[in-house]
Design a protein around this ligand. Structure first.
Ligand code: PEP
Ligand code: MG
Length: 570
Protein backbone atom coordinates (compact mmCIF):
# COMPACT_ATOMS: atom_id res chain seq x y z
CA UNK A 1 0.00 0.00 0.00
CA UNK A 2 1.08 3.57 -0.55
CA UNK A 3 -1.07 6.24 1.08
CA UNK A 4 -3.26 8.81 -0.61
CA UNK A 5 -6.71 8.90 -2.16
CA UNK A 6 -7.58 8.91 -5.85
CA UNK A 7 -10.77 8.87 -7.88
CA UNK A 8 -10.87 8.21 -11.61
CA UNK A 9 -11.26 5.82 -14.55
CA UNK A 10 -9.24 2.62 -14.62
CA UNK A 11 -6.89 1.42 -17.33
CA UNK A 12 -5.89 -2.23 -17.15
CA UNK A 13 -2.21 -2.55 -18.00
CA UNK A 14 -0.69 -5.25 -20.12
CA UNK A 15 3.04 -5.23 -19.64
CA UNK A 16 4.02 -8.31 -21.59
CA UNK A 17 2.85 -11.57 -23.15
CA UNK A 18 3.89 -13.52 -20.05
CA UNK A 19 1.42 -11.61 -17.97
CA UNK A 20 -1.85 -11.22 -19.88
CA UNK A 21 -4.70 -10.35 -17.56
CA UNK A 22 -8.32 -11.25 -18.19
CA UNK A 23 -10.94 -8.61 -17.57
CA UNK A 24 -14.67 -8.29 -18.18
CA UNK A 25 -16.07 -6.71 -21.32
CA UNK A 26 -19.56 -5.18 -21.28
CA UNK A 27 -22.05 -6.80 -23.67
CA UNK A 28 -22.26 -3.62 -25.77
CA UNK A 29 -18.45 -3.50 -26.05
CA UNK A 30 -18.10 -7.01 -27.50
CA UNK A 31 -18.15 -5.77 -31.15
CA UNK A 32 -15.43 -3.24 -30.30
CA UNK A 33 -13.30 -6.00 -28.78
CA UNK A 34 -13.79 -8.16 -31.89
CA UNK A 35 -12.83 -5.19 -34.08
CA UNK A 36 -9.62 -4.78 -32.01
CA UNK A 37 -8.85 -8.41 -32.68
CA UNK A 38 -9.49 -8.04 -36.43
CA UNK A 39 -7.26 -4.96 -36.62
CA UNK A 40 -4.49 -6.75 -34.75
CA UNK A 41 -4.78 -9.72 -37.13
CA UNK A 42 -4.40 -7.39 -40.13
CA UNK A 43 -1.35 -5.69 -38.66
CA UNK A 44 0.18 -9.05 -37.75
CA UNK A 45 -0.37 -10.31 -41.32
CA UNK A 46 1.21 -7.17 -42.79
CA UNK A 47 4.23 -7.49 -40.52
CA UNK A 48 4.65 -11.17 -41.38
CA UNK A 49 4.62 -10.25 -45.06
CA UNK A 50 7.30 -7.62 -44.47
CA UNK A 51 9.37 -10.19 -42.59
CA UNK A 52 8.96 -12.66 -45.40
CA UNK A 53 10.28 -10.11 -47.90
CA UNK A 54 13.23 -9.16 -45.68
CA UNK A 55 14.21 -12.79 -44.98
CA UNK A 56 13.83 -13.68 -48.67
CA UNK A 57 16.40 -11.00 -49.52
CA UNK A 58 18.94 -12.15 -46.95
CA UNK A 59 18.41 -15.89 -46.48
CA UNK A 60 16.51 -16.82 -49.65
CA UNK A 61 12.87 -17.36 -50.63
CA UNK A 62 12.74 -20.91 -49.30
CA UNK A 63 13.62 -19.96 -45.74
CA UNK A 64 11.17 -17.08 -45.91
CA UNK A 65 8.25 -19.36 -46.70
CA UNK A 66 7.58 -20.06 -43.04
CA UNK A 67 6.13 -16.55 -42.73
CA UNK A 68 3.67 -17.29 -45.54
CA UNK A 69 2.63 -20.39 -43.59
CA UNK A 70 2.21 -18.23 -40.48
CA UNK A 71 -0.11 -15.90 -42.40
CA UNK A 72 -2.16 -18.85 -43.58
CA UNK A 73 -2.49 -20.08 -40.02
CA UNK A 74 -3.91 -16.72 -39.04
CA UNK A 75 -6.51 -17.02 -41.81
CA UNK A 76 -7.86 -20.28 -40.41
CA UNK A 77 -11.56 -19.42 -39.90
CA UNK A 78 -11.98 -22.01 -37.13
CA UNK A 79 -9.28 -20.45 -34.94
CA UNK A 80 -10.67 -17.00 -35.59
CA UNK A 81 -14.21 -17.99 -34.66
CA UNK A 82 -12.95 -19.76 -31.56
CA UNK A 83 -11.34 -16.53 -30.35
CA UNK A 84 -14.42 -14.46 -31.27
CA UNK A 85 -16.63 -16.95 -29.48
CA UNK A 86 -14.53 -16.64 -26.29
CA UNK A 87 -14.80 -12.83 -26.44
CA UNK A 88 -18.55 -12.86 -27.01
CA UNK A 89 -19.59 -15.70 -24.73
CA UNK A 90 -17.14 -15.34 -21.85
CA UNK A 91 -17.19 -11.53 -22.30
CA UNK A 92 -13.41 -11.25 -21.94
CA UNK A 93 -10.82 -9.03 -23.60
CA UNK A 94 -9.25 -9.99 -26.95
CA UNK A 95 -5.79 -10.57 -25.42
CA UNK A 96 -7.20 -13.08 -22.93
CA UNK A 97 -9.14 -14.87 -25.68
CA UNK A 98 -6.01 -15.17 -27.85
CA UNK A 99 -4.09 -16.45 -24.85
CA UNK A 100 -6.73 -19.15 -24.33
CA UNK A 101 -6.30 -20.29 -27.93
CA UNK A 102 -2.51 -20.48 -27.55
CA UNK A 103 -2.89 -22.47 -24.36
CA UNK A 104 -5.30 -24.85 -26.05
CA UNK A 105 -2.85 -25.45 -28.93
CA UNK A 106 -0.07 -26.08 -26.46
CA UNK A 107 -2.13 -28.44 -24.41
CA UNK A 108 -3.28 -30.45 -27.42
CA UNK A 109 0.13 -30.66 -29.08
CA UNK A 110 2.10 -31.10 -25.84
CA UNK A 111 0.41 -34.47 -25.42
CA UNK A 112 1.77 -35.74 -28.73
CA UNK A 113 5.11 -37.52 -29.01
CA UNK A 114 8.08 -36.50 -31.13
CA UNK A 115 10.11 -33.35 -31.75
CA UNK A 116 8.68 -32.65 -35.17
CA UNK A 117 5.13 -32.64 -33.79
CA UNK A 118 6.15 -30.27 -31.04
CA UNK A 119 7.89 -28.01 -33.60
CA UNK A 120 4.66 -28.05 -35.52
CA UNK A 121 2.92 -27.06 -32.27
CA UNK A 122 5.04 -24.00 -31.87
CA UNK A 123 4.54 -23.15 -35.57
CA UNK A 124 0.79 -23.14 -35.04
CA UNK A 125 0.80 -21.04 -31.92
CA UNK A 126 3.66 -18.65 -32.86
CA UNK A 127 1.62 -16.50 -35.26
CA UNK A 128 -1.00 -16.07 -32.54
CA UNK A 129 1.70 -14.95 -30.13
CA UNK A 130 2.54 -12.39 -32.75
CA UNK A 131 -1.09 -11.21 -32.71
CA UNK A 132 -0.94 -11.02 -28.94
CA UNK A 133 2.12 -8.78 -29.14
CA UNK A 134 0.37 -6.48 -31.61
CA UNK A 135 -2.62 -6.21 -29.28
CA UNK A 136 -0.35 -5.36 -26.35
CA UNK A 137 1.52 -2.73 -28.36
CA UNK A 138 -1.69 -1.14 -29.62
CA UNK A 139 -3.12 -0.99 -26.16
CA UNK A 140 -0.15 1.05 -25.01
CA UNK A 141 -0.27 3.26 -28.09
CA UNK A 142 -3.96 3.94 -27.52
CA UNK A 143 -3.57 4.92 -23.92
CA UNK A 144 -0.58 7.10 -24.82
CA UNK A 145 -2.66 8.98 -27.37
CA UNK A 146 -5.23 10.23 -24.87
CA UNK A 147 -4.27 12.79 -22.27
CA UNK A 148 -6.54 11.53 -19.56
CA UNK A 149 -5.27 10.73 -16.11
CA UNK A 150 -5.93 7.13 -15.15
CA UNK A 151 -5.80 4.66 -12.34
CA UNK A 152 -3.71 1.72 -13.51
CA UNK A 153 -4.78 -1.83 -12.70
CA UNK A 154 -2.35 -4.69 -13.29
CA UNK A 155 -1.67 -8.29 -12.38
CA UNK A 156 1.39 -7.37 -10.32
CA UNK A 157 3.07 -4.20 -9.13
CA UNK A 158 6.32 -4.34 -11.06
CA UNK A 159 8.60 -1.41 -11.94
CA UNK A 160 7.37 -1.83 -15.57
CA UNK A 161 3.79 -1.11 -14.46
CA UNK A 162 4.79 1.90 -12.37
CA UNK A 163 6.63 3.43 -15.31
CA UNK A 164 4.01 2.42 -17.92
CA UNK A 165 2.82 6.03 -18.25
CA UNK A 166 4.45 9.27 -17.22
CA UNK A 167 3.79 10.29 -13.61
CA UNK A 168 1.47 13.18 -14.50
CA UNK A 169 -0.95 10.76 -16.16
CA UNK A 170 -1.21 8.47 -13.15
CA UNK A 171 -3.73 8.87 -10.34
CA UNK A 172 -3.10 5.58 -8.52
CA UNK A 173 -2.18 1.92 -9.04
CA UNK A 174 -4.12 -1.16 -7.95
CA UNK A 175 -2.86 -4.71 -8.41
CA UNK A 176 -3.76 -8.30 -7.74
CA UNK A 177 -0.32 -9.40 -6.55
CA UNK A 178 2.77 -7.77 -5.11
CA UNK A 179 3.72 -7.06 -1.54
CA UNK A 180 3.56 -3.62 0.08
CA UNK A 181 7.33 -3.59 0.25
CA UNK A 182 8.13 -4.95 -3.21
CA UNK A 183 10.40 -2.77 -5.33
CA UNK A 184 7.46 -1.79 -7.55
CA UNK A 185 5.68 -0.52 -4.44
CA UNK A 186 8.80 1.33 -3.33
CA UNK A 187 8.94 3.05 -6.70
CA UNK A 188 5.23 3.96 -6.54
CA UNK A 189 5.69 5.49 -3.10
CA UNK A 190 8.66 7.49 -4.25
CA UNK A 191 6.50 8.91 -7.04
CA UNK A 192 3.82 9.75 -4.47
CA UNK A 193 1.29 7.41 -6.09
CA UNK A 194 -1.54 6.02 -3.97
CA UNK A 195 -1.37 2.29 -4.31
CA UNK A 196 -3.31 -0.77 -3.18
CA UNK A 197 -1.83 -4.23 -3.78
CA UNK A 198 -2.83 -7.80 -2.99
CA UNK A 199 -6.40 -7.78 -4.35
CA UNK A 200 -6.96 -11.29 -5.74
CA UNK A 201 -9.33 -11.58 -8.73
CA UNK A 202 -9.50 -7.82 -9.08
CA UNK A 203 -9.03 -7.72 -12.85
CA UNK A 204 -11.86 -10.13 -13.56
CA UNK A 205 -14.20 -7.67 -11.84
CA UNK A 206 -13.00 -4.61 -13.76
CA UNK A 207 -13.93 -3.17 -17.12
CA UNK A 208 -11.69 -0.72 -18.98
CA UNK A 209 -12.67 2.80 -17.97
CA UNK A 210 -14.66 1.76 -14.89
CA UNK A 211 -14.65 4.42 -12.19
CA UNK A 212 -12.67 3.50 -9.06
CA UNK A 213 -12.11 5.17 -5.70
CA UNK A 214 -8.71 4.12 -4.37
CA UNK A 215 -7.90 4.56 -0.70
CA UNK A 216 -4.19 3.89 -0.26
CA UNK A 217 -4.41 4.77 3.45
CA UNK A 218 -6.73 1.89 4.24
CA UNK A 219 -5.92 -0.41 1.33
CA UNK A 220 -9.41 -0.41 -0.16
CA UNK A 221 -10.79 0.08 -3.67
CA UNK A 222 -14.44 0.91 -4.46
CA UNK A 223 -15.62 -0.24 -7.90
CA UNK A 224 -18.14 2.11 -9.57
CA UNK A 225 -18.79 4.08 -6.36
CA UNK A 226 -22.26 5.60 -5.83
CA UNK A 227 -22.74 9.41 -5.78
CA UNK A 228 -22.95 9.30 -2.02
CA UNK A 229 -19.72 7.33 -1.74
CA UNK A 230 -18.00 9.77 -4.11
CA UNK A 231 -19.09 12.76 -1.98
CA UNK A 232 -17.82 11.12 1.20
CA UNK A 233 -14.57 10.15 -0.54
CA UNK A 234 -13.94 13.68 -1.81
CA UNK A 235 -14.61 15.05 1.65
CA UNK A 236 -11.90 12.79 3.10
CA UNK A 237 -9.55 13.73 0.30
CA UNK A 238 -9.98 17.42 1.10
CA UNK A 239 -9.31 16.82 4.78
CA UNK A 240 -6.17 14.81 3.95
CA UNK A 241 -4.94 17.64 1.75
CA UNK A 242 -5.66 20.08 4.58
CA UNK A 243 -3.47 18.06 6.96
CA UNK A 244 -0.71 17.91 4.36
CA UNK A 245 -0.82 21.73 4.20
CA UNK A 246 -0.28 21.88 7.97
CA UNK A 247 2.78 19.59 7.67
CA UNK A 248 4.20 21.54 4.75
CA UNK A 249 3.81 24.88 6.52
CA UNK A 250 6.64 24.11 8.94
CA UNK A 251 8.65 21.59 6.94
CA UNK A 252 11.54 24.01 6.43
CA UNK A 253 12.10 24.29 10.19
CA UNK A 254 14.84 22.16 11.80
CA UNK A 255 14.03 18.53 12.68
CA UNK A 256 14.38 18.96 16.43
CA UNK A 257 12.12 17.48 19.10
CA UNK A 258 10.38 19.72 21.67
CA UNK A 259 13.09 18.79 24.16
CA UNK A 260 15.94 19.56 21.79
CA UNK A 261 17.05 16.27 20.23
CA UNK A 262 17.93 16.55 16.57
CA UNK A 263 16.68 13.87 14.13
CA UNK A 264 17.60 14.24 10.48
CA UNK A 265 14.69 13.71 8.09
CA UNK A 266 16.12 12.62 4.79
CA UNK A 267 14.77 11.59 1.45
CA UNK A 268 14.94 8.30 -0.48
CA UNK A 269 15.28 8.76 -4.21
CA UNK A 270 15.54 6.52 -7.23
CA UNK A 271 16.46 8.88 -10.03
CA UNK A 272 17.69 12.33 -10.90
CA UNK A 273 14.05 13.07 -11.82
CA UNK A 274 13.08 12.58 -8.17
CA UNK A 275 15.22 15.56 -7.26
CA UNK A 276 12.42 17.79 -8.55
CA UNK A 277 9.75 16.17 -6.37
CA UNK A 278 10.66 17.76 -3.05
CA UNK A 279 11.57 21.08 -1.60
CA UNK A 280 15.25 21.09 -0.74
CA UNK A 281 14.63 23.20 2.36
CA UNK A 282 12.45 20.42 3.82
CA UNK A 283 15.15 17.75 3.96
CA UNK A 284 18.44 17.10 5.71
CA UNK A 285 19.89 15.30 2.74
CA UNK A 286 19.48 12.13 0.74
CA UNK A 287 19.40 9.10 3.04
CA UNK A 288 19.29 6.61 0.18
CA UNK A 289 19.83 6.93 -3.56
CA UNK A 290 19.01 3.53 -5.01
CA UNK A 291 21.48 3.71 -7.88
CA UNK A 292 20.17 0.51 -9.48
CA UNK A 293 17.20 2.45 -10.81
CA UNK A 294 19.61 4.56 -12.84
CA UNK A 295 20.67 1.27 -14.41
CA UNK A 296 17.17 -0.20 -14.72
CA UNK A 297 15.78 2.48 -17.00
CA UNK A 298 18.33 1.89 -19.74
CA UNK A 299 19.32 -0.59 -22.44
CA UNK A 300 22.94 -1.02 -21.38
CA UNK A 301 25.24 -0.33 -18.44
CA UNK A 302 25.88 3.37 -17.93
CA UNK A 303 29.54 4.25 -18.51
CA UNK A 304 31.79 5.68 -15.80
CA UNK A 305 31.44 9.11 -17.36
CA UNK A 306 27.63 8.94 -17.40
CA UNK A 307 27.49 7.78 -13.80
CA UNK A 308 29.95 10.44 -12.74
CA UNK A 309 27.80 13.15 -14.31
CA UNK A 310 24.64 11.81 -12.68
CA UNK A 311 26.16 11.59 -9.22
CA UNK A 312 27.66 15.04 -9.59
CA UNK A 313 24.24 16.44 -10.52
CA UNK A 314 22.65 14.88 -7.46
CA UNK A 315 25.38 16.24 -5.18
CA UNK A 316 25.19 19.69 -6.68
CA UNK A 317 21.43 19.78 -6.30
CA UNK A 318 21.75 18.71 -2.64
CA UNK A 319 23.95 21.73 -2.09
CA UNK A 320 26.26 20.46 0.64
CA UNK A 321 23.68 18.29 2.45
CA UNK A 322 24.72 14.71 3.25
CA UNK A 323 23.98 12.49 0.26
CA UNK A 324 24.12 8.73 0.59
CA UNK A 325 24.66 6.87 -2.68
CA UNK A 326 24.03 3.17 -2.40
CA UNK A 327 26.13 0.77 -4.45
CA UNK A 328 24.25 -1.18 -7.09
CA UNK A 329 21.62 -3.51 -5.58
CA UNK A 330 20.43 -5.49 -8.60
CA UNK A 331 19.22 -9.08 -8.69
CA UNK A 332 16.25 -10.52 -6.83
CA UNK A 333 13.19 -8.65 -8.07
CA UNK A 334 15.36 -5.98 -9.73
CA UNK A 335 16.78 -7.75 -12.78
CA UNK A 336 18.50 -5.61 -15.41
CA UNK A 337 17.05 -6.30 -18.85
CA UNK A 338 20.54 -6.29 -20.38
CA UNK A 339 22.34 -8.28 -17.68
CA UNK A 340 21.59 -11.96 -17.68
CA UNK A 341 21.44 -13.37 -14.17
CA UNK A 342 20.65 -17.06 -13.77
CA UNK A 343 17.04 -17.97 -13.18
CA UNK A 344 16.85 -18.83 -9.50
CA UNK A 345 14.23 -20.77 -7.55
CA UNK A 346 14.67 -18.50 -4.60
CA UNK A 347 15.89 -15.11 -5.82
CA UNK A 348 15.48 -13.31 -2.49
CA UNK A 349 18.07 -15.72 -1.05
CA UNK A 350 20.07 -15.67 -4.22
CA UNK A 351 22.47 -13.66 -6.23
CA UNK A 352 21.76 -10.01 -5.49
CA UNK A 353 23.33 -6.77 -4.31
CA UNK A 354 26.92 -6.88 -3.15
CA UNK A 355 27.09 -10.59 -3.99
CA UNK A 356 26.78 -9.75 -7.68
CA UNK A 357 29.12 -6.77 -7.69
CA UNK A 358 31.84 -8.52 -5.69
CA UNK A 359 31.76 -11.33 -8.25
CA UNK A 360 31.53 -9.04 -11.29
CA UNK A 361 34.06 -6.59 -9.92
CA UNK A 362 34.16 -4.33 -12.91
CA UNK A 363 30.61 -3.21 -12.11
CA UNK A 364 31.79 -2.15 -8.67
CA UNK A 365 35.04 -0.65 -9.94
CA UNK A 366 33.30 1.54 -12.49
CA UNK A 367 30.70 2.66 -9.98
CA UNK A 368 33.24 3.41 -7.25
CA UNK A 369 35.40 5.36 -9.71
CA UNK A 370 32.41 7.43 -10.79
CA UNK A 371 31.33 8.05 -7.20
CA UNK A 372 34.79 8.99 -5.97
CA UNK A 373 35.31 11.33 -8.90
CA UNK A 374 32.00 13.03 -8.04
CA UNK A 375 32.82 13.16 -4.33
CA UNK A 376 34.31 16.66 -4.53
CA UNK A 377 30.91 18.09 -5.53
CA UNK A 378 29.23 17.73 -2.15
CA UNK A 379 28.94 15.74 1.06
CA UNK A 380 28.93 12.25 -0.42
CA UNK A 381 28.66 8.99 1.50
CA UNK A 382 28.62 5.45 0.13
CA UNK A 383 26.34 2.69 1.34
CA UNK A 384 26.90 -1.05 0.80
CA UNK A 385 23.71 -3.11 0.24
CA UNK A 386 22.97 -6.68 1.38
CA UNK A 387 26.01 -6.99 3.64
CA UNK A 388 25.98 -10.39 5.30
CA UNK A 389 29.56 -10.74 6.55
CA UNK A 390 32.58 -8.76 7.61
CA UNK A 391 34.56 -10.17 4.67
CA UNK A 392 32.27 -8.34 2.27
CA UNK A 393 32.81 -5.06 4.12
CA UNK A 394 36.57 -5.54 4.05
CA UNK A 395 36.53 -6.47 0.37
CA UNK A 396 34.66 -3.29 -0.57
CA UNK A 397 37.04 -1.22 1.57
CA UNK A 398 40.02 -2.80 -0.16
CA UNK A 399 38.60 -2.00 -3.56
CA UNK A 400 37.70 1.50 -2.41
CA UNK A 401 41.30 2.18 -1.31
CA UNK A 402 42.72 0.69 -4.49
CA UNK A 403 40.49 2.85 -6.66
CA UNK A 404 41.14 5.99 -4.70
CA UNK A 405 44.93 5.48 -5.12
CA UNK A 406 44.46 4.76 -8.80
CA UNK A 407 42.39 7.94 -9.29
CA UNK A 408 44.97 10.05 -7.46
CA UNK A 409 47.71 8.61 -9.68
CA UNK A 410 45.63 9.50 -12.70
CA UNK A 411 45.31 13.08 -11.50
CA UNK A 412 41.67 13.03 -10.30
CA UNK A 413 40.75 14.85 -7.12
CA UNK A 414 38.59 13.02 -4.58
CA UNK A 415 37.06 14.30 -1.34
CA UNK A 416 39.22 13.86 1.73
CA UNK A 417 36.52 12.11 3.68
CA UNK A 418 34.08 9.76 1.99
CA UNK A 419 32.28 7.82 4.74
CA UNK A 420 31.33 4.26 3.85
CA UNK A 421 28.38 2.64 5.62
CA UNK A 422 26.67 -0.73 5.68
CA UNK A 423 23.03 -1.55 5.19
CA UNK A 424 21.74 -3.73 7.98
CA UNK A 425 19.13 -5.86 6.28
CA UNK A 426 20.32 -9.43 6.68
CA UNK A 427 20.06 -11.19 10.07
CA UNK A 428 23.73 -12.26 10.02
CA UNK A 429 24.75 -8.58 9.81
CA UNK A 430 22.49 -7.89 12.76
CA UNK A 431 24.16 -10.59 14.84
CA UNK A 432 27.64 -9.47 13.74
CA UNK A 433 26.77 -5.83 14.18
CA UNK A 434 29.40 -4.99 16.80
CA UNK A 435 32.17 -6.07 14.45
CA UNK A 436 30.64 -4.64 11.31
CA UNK A 437 29.76 -1.29 12.87
CA UNK A 438 33.31 -1.03 14.24
CA UNK A 439 34.67 -1.12 10.68
CA UNK A 440 32.21 1.20 8.94
CA UNK A 441 31.40 4.88 9.33
CA UNK A 442 27.63 4.56 9.65
CA UNK A 443 24.81 2.06 9.40
CA UNK A 444 21.41 2.26 7.77
CA UNK A 445 18.67 -0.26 8.42
CA UNK A 446 16.89 -1.59 5.34
CA UNK A 447 13.72 -2.78 7.00
CA UNK A 448 12.09 -3.80 3.72
CA UNK A 449 14.56 -6.65 3.51
CA UNK A 450 15.33 -7.06 7.19
CA UNK A 451 11.67 -7.84 7.96
CA UNK A 452 11.50 -10.41 5.14
CA UNK A 453 14.69 -12.17 6.20
CA UNK A 454 14.02 -11.98 9.92
CA UNK A 455 10.49 -13.32 9.65
CA UNK A 456 11.15 -15.59 6.62
CA UNK A 457 8.38 -13.84 4.67
CA UNK A 458 8.97 -12.99 1.01
CA UNK A 459 8.29 -9.26 0.60
CA UNK A 460 6.78 -9.88 -2.87
CA UNK A 461 4.57 -12.83 -2.09
CA UNK A 462 0.88 -11.95 -1.53
CA UNK A 463 0.21 -15.35 0.08
CA UNK A 464 2.32 -14.46 3.07
CA UNK A 465 1.69 -10.70 2.98
CA UNK A 466 -0.27 -10.97 6.23
CA UNK A 467 2.82 -12.35 7.97
CA UNK A 468 5.04 -9.51 6.80
CA UNK A 469 4.61 -7.51 9.96
CA UNK A 470 6.96 -4.65 10.82
CA UNK A 471 5.28 -4.51 14.25
CA UNK A 472 6.50 -8.03 15.09
CA UNK A 473 8.29 -7.92 18.49
CA UNK A 474 11.39 -9.49 16.88
CA UNK A 475 11.58 -6.55 14.47
CA UNK A 476 11.27 -4.06 17.32
CA UNK A 477 14.05 -5.85 19.19
CA UNK A 478 16.25 -5.90 16.10
CA UNK A 479 15.72 -2.16 15.61
CA UNK A 480 16.58 -1.54 19.25
CA UNK A 481 19.77 -3.61 18.92
CA UNK A 482 21.01 -1.57 15.94
CA UNK A 483 20.29 1.75 17.67
CA UNK A 484 21.98 0.59 20.87
CA UNK A 485 25.14 -0.86 19.29
CA UNK A 486 25.67 2.06 16.95
CA UNK A 487 25.01 4.52 19.77
CA UNK A 488 27.63 2.78 21.89
CA UNK A 489 30.15 2.81 19.04
CA UNK A 490 29.22 6.43 18.21
CA UNK A 491 28.22 5.61 14.67
CA UNK A 492 25.34 7.36 13.01
CA UNK A 493 22.34 5.10 12.47
CA UNK A 494 19.32 5.62 10.27
CA UNK A 495 16.37 3.67 8.93
CA UNK A 496 15.79 3.93 5.19
CA UNK A 497 13.20 1.14 4.77
CA UNK A 498 9.60 2.10 4.04
CA UNK A 499 8.40 1.68 7.61
CA UNK A 500 10.17 4.88 8.62
CA UNK A 501 7.36 6.77 6.87
CA UNK A 502 4.65 5.08 8.95
CA UNK A 503 3.95 7.82 11.54
CA UNK A 504 3.47 5.34 14.40
CA UNK A 505 6.73 3.54 13.58
CA UNK A 506 8.57 6.86 13.19
CA UNK A 507 7.70 7.62 16.84
CA UNK A 508 9.25 4.31 17.87
CA UNK A 509 12.41 4.88 15.83
CA UNK A 510 12.96 8.32 17.30
CA UNK A 511 12.41 6.88 20.78
CA UNK A 512 14.90 4.08 20.12
CA UNK A 513 17.55 6.68 19.37
CA UNK A 514 17.90 6.70 15.58
CA UNK A 515 19.47 9.93 14.46
CA UNK A 516 18.07 9.91 10.93
CA UNK A 517 14.96 8.66 9.15
CA UNK A 518 14.95 8.49 5.39
CA UNK A 519 11.61 8.39 3.59
CA UNK A 520 10.07 8.85 0.14
CA UNK A 521 9.74 12.55 -0.78
CA UNK A 522 6.00 12.84 -0.14
CA UNK A 523 6.42 11.82 3.53
CA UNK A 524 9.20 14.22 4.46
CA UNK A 525 6.93 17.04 5.77
CA UNK A 526 4.82 14.69 7.91
CA UNK A 527 7.82 12.94 9.48
CA UNK A 528 9.46 16.30 10.12
CA UNK A 529 6.24 17.42 11.82
CA UNK A 530 6.27 14.31 14.01
CA UNK A 531 9.83 15.01 15.12
CA UNK A 532 9.07 18.65 15.87
CA UNK A 533 5.92 17.94 17.87
CA UNK A 534 7.25 15.13 20.06
CA UNK A 535 9.27 15.04 23.21
CA UNK A 536 12.21 12.65 22.96
CA UNK A 537 11.80 11.65 26.61
CA UNK A 538 8.16 10.62 25.93
CA UNK A 539 9.20 8.61 22.89
CA UNK A 540 11.95 6.84 24.83
CA UNK A 541 9.21 5.80 27.23
CA UNK A 542 7.00 4.73 24.29
CA UNK A 543 9.89 2.62 22.92
CA UNK A 544 10.25 0.95 26.31
CA UNK A 545 6.54 0.13 26.33
CA UNK A 546 6.71 -1.24 22.77
CA UNK A 547 9.71 -3.40 23.69
CA UNK A 548 7.82 -4.82 26.63
CA UNK A 549 5.06 -6.14 24.34
CA UNK A 550 5.11 -9.80 23.47
CA UNK A 551 2.84 -9.71 20.42
CA UNK A 552 2.70 -7.71 17.21
CA UNK A 553 -0.82 -6.57 18.03
CA UNK A 554 0.41 -5.29 21.40
CA UNK A 555 3.19 -3.30 19.70
CA UNK A 556 0.75 -1.98 17.12
CA UNK A 557 -1.74 -0.89 19.77
CA UNK A 558 0.94 1.02 21.74
CA UNK A 559 2.36 2.78 18.70
CA UNK A 560 -0.95 3.56 17.06
CA UNK A 561 -2.31 5.06 20.26
CA UNK A 562 0.71 7.38 20.39
CA UNK A 563 0.24 8.14 16.69
CA UNK A 564 -3.43 9.08 17.23
CA UNK A 565 -2.56 11.36 20.12
CA UNK A 566 -0.10 13.19 17.94
CA UNK A 567 -2.56 13.37 15.04
CA UNK A 568 -5.20 15.05 17.21
CA UNK A 569 -2.65 17.77 17.89
CA UNK A 570 -2.05 18.28 14.12
C1 PEP B 1 15.37 -1.99 2.35
O1 PEP B 1 15.60 -3.19 2.12
O2 PEP B 1 14.70 -1.58 3.32
C2 PEP B 1 15.90 -0.95 1.46
C3 PEP B 1 15.87 0.32 1.79
O3 PEP B 1 16.38 -1.35 0.27
P1 PEP B 1 15.50 -1.91 -0.95
O4 PEP B 1 14.04 -1.65 -0.63
O5 PEP B 1 15.98 -1.19 -2.15
O6 PEP B 1 15.85 -3.36 -0.96
MG1 MG C 1 17.10 -3.82 0.73
Amino acid sequence: MAPGLALGGVHIVLTGPADVPTWSVKREDVPFEIARLAAALNTAAERLEERQRAVALTAGAKDAEIFAVHRMILQDPRAMSEVEFAIAEQRINAEAAVKLLIERYQEALGKLEGDSVRDFGSDVSDPWRFVLNVLLERDREQVLQTEQQVILAAAALTPAVVTFLERERLLAIVTEAGGRFSHGAVLARSLGLPCVVGLPNLLARLEQGMKLAVDGDHGTVLLSPSDEQVTEFLERKRSLEGRREVFRAEASQPGTTLDGRSVRVQVNIESVRDLDTFDLAHTDGVGLLRTEFLYLERNEFPSEEEQYRLYRRVLERMDGRPTILRLLDIGGDKPLPYFQTPSEDNPALGWRGIRITLRWRDLLRVQLRAMLRASTSGDMRILMPMISSLEEVREVHRLFDEIRTQLTEQGYATAEDVPVGAMIEVPSALLELERIAAEVDFVSVGTNDLVQYLLAVDRDNPWVAGLYDPYHPAVVRALKHVAEVSGRLRKSCSVCGEIASDPAVALLLIGLGYDALSVAPQFVPEIKYIVRHSRYADLEELARRALAQDTASGVRAELERAGRELATRA
